[in-house]
Design a protein around this ligand. Structure first.
Ligand code: UDP
Length: 457
């Protein structure tokens, strides 16, 4: 096998950090000589449980916002993106050159979503690159089509099919930033990302997914060399090869205490786990509706509430009937025997983590790829139910609808049985893909054996 020295650069978001850290560990355990993993100084400082491995170096760089950049309706994201690109490009270029001068050149740059400028810099220095796609392959395909001739079709029809994808989609299943009604600035960054991929012949895209989960989506776009290498989950919860590997090691929020102890006290599959990931902020009214549903559903619940500007009216009752924390080790929680269902925003990592643990979901997507992930959870894999799209005049999903979905998954009806059965099935397939000799493990070994990683013109 060639000697690999990887340079990994991550966008500073929890949902990008976790799978990339796991990927770095996987590269090392699969024989890579060294991995240098870079992210912004602000994020680096926030991570309290960084992994320490002899062949792994974590290297921060300044994006010009070392105290953080808070995105609010009044801030201009392009200010941040421009500075990140300028400083990041300089950093990556210097790092690649100095490593070569020291006689330890990098052999490949791997970058996550929205850091396409890093690939551009690497290509300029003839270093091969690969994109680590931290969303499902289906979303990769949809965005590709959007920028390659299907824009009008996607936005003008009530229901449509895309080449190579085995199910039809409606606008509400699309990544929300593609919809004109969202007026999202993010779409222009995705466009840059996909234009950057167009420059390369058959670019390598490593996807945090696995063959049996999205077989058609892996091959839908001929122009890409898509390599499924997921699920990127700590080894203890997947292949069991390293039982000490129980966390990603990238938490940018402080862990609350007592989750495991509380879960130990609950009956098997009785708990509703609730989390909206690291990014989503819900209105107080929406939170009150969720609280109502949880208090009425008759099940114990563990609810992650990262921050709240205003206290919930029923806080005391919530603390009595369930447990409320500001952050937990989600992979540990989901693998606990007492968890029966995950009320989730369907971020891709949360979806994969739930799937690996065989926990059925109540999908409550808010934006971005969550919409497509939720569609697949409900209609394609049938491992959960999706909240009704309809909201009341305040844009809020009401407690009654949330409660209905919780009952559907936690109850004894036909639907509950179906989603539990399928959740077990996909858990098995995920384990199969991740274990030694499984499809994802083989794909990673083949990627490492080739050592060419696509083009480096
Ligand atoms: N997570 C966690 N503890 C929590 C909530 C979330 O460790 O209390 C982790 C979760 O395991 C996942 C990540 O944060 O790996 C969230 O990523 P996801 O893609 O689901 O959502 P995002 O935060 O990007 O919206």
């Amino acid at each position: 096998m060639p000697h690999h020295r990887f340079l990994l650069i991550i966008y500073p978001a929890q949902g990008h950090i976790n799978p990339t850290l796991q990927f770095a560990k996987r590269l090392i355990s699969s024989g890579a000589e060294h991995v240098t993993l870079c992210t912004t100084l602000h994020t680096y400082r926030r991570i309290s449980n960084k992994p320490t491995l002899p062949n792994l170096t974590l290297l921060p760089f300044s994006d010009g916002f070392d105290d953080g950049f808070k995105l609010t309706p009044d801030t201009d994201y392009s200010l941040y993106a421009t500075e990140l690109k300028r400083r990041g490009t300089e950093f990556v270029t210097d790092l690649i050159l100095s490593a070569a001068q020291e006689g330890k050149p990098f052999t490949c740059l791997i970058y996550t979503l929205l850091l396409h400028w890093a690939a551009e810099a690497a290509r300029g220095l003839h270093l091969p690159t690969a994109l680590l796609w931290v969303q499902p392959a289906t979303v990769l395909d949809i965005i590709y089509y959007y920028f390659h001739g299907y824009h009008d079709c996607l936005l003008s029809k009530i229901e449509f099919e895309l080449p190579g994808l085995p199910f039809s989609l409606s606008p509400s299943d699309l990544p929300s930033f593609l919809l004109p009604s969202n007026d999202s600035f993010i779409v222009s960054y995705f466009e840059e990302q996909f234009r950057e991929l167009d420059v390369e012949a058959n670019p390598t895209i490593l996807v945090n997914s696995f063959e049996a989960l999205e077989p058609e989506a892996m091959r839908a776009v001929e122009e890409f060399n898509v390599i499924p290498i997921g699920p990127l989950i700590p080894s203890a919860f997947l292949d069991g090869k390293d039982l000490n590997d129980t966390s990603f090691g990238g938490d940018i929020f402080r862990l609350s205490n007592g989750c495991a102890e509380w879960l130990d006290l609950q009956a098997e599959k009785s708990v509703v786990y609730v989390s909206f990931g690291s990014f989503v902020v819900l209105s107080k009214t929406q939170m009150e509706e969720i609280a109502r549903a949880l208090l009425d559903c008759g099940h114990p619940f563990l609810w992650v509430i990262r921050e709240m500007e205003e206290e919930l009216s029923c806080r005391e009752e919530l603390e009595e009937k369930g447990k409320v924390v500001t952050w937990c080790s989600q992979v540990e929680v989901l693998s606990h025997r007492s968890v029966g269902c995950f009320l989730t925003h369907c971020g891709w990592n949360s979806t994969m983590e739930s799937l690996v643990s065989g926990v059925p979901m109540v999908a409550f997507p808010r934006f971005s790829d969550q919409m497509t992930n939720a569609k697949m959870v409900e209609d394609v894999w049938k491992i959960g139910v999706r909240m009704d799209h309809s909201v009341n005049e305040d844009g809020v999903v009401e407690g009654g609808e949330i409660r209905k979905c919780l009952d559907a998954v936690m109850g004894n009806g036909e639907k509950a049985e179906e989603v539990r059965r399928n959740a077990e099935k996909f858990k098995g397939l995920a384990m199969e893909a991740g274990k030694e000799g499984g499809s994802s493990e083989k794909n990673l070994m083949a990627f490492l054996a080739v050592g060419g990683y696509g083009s480096c013109n």
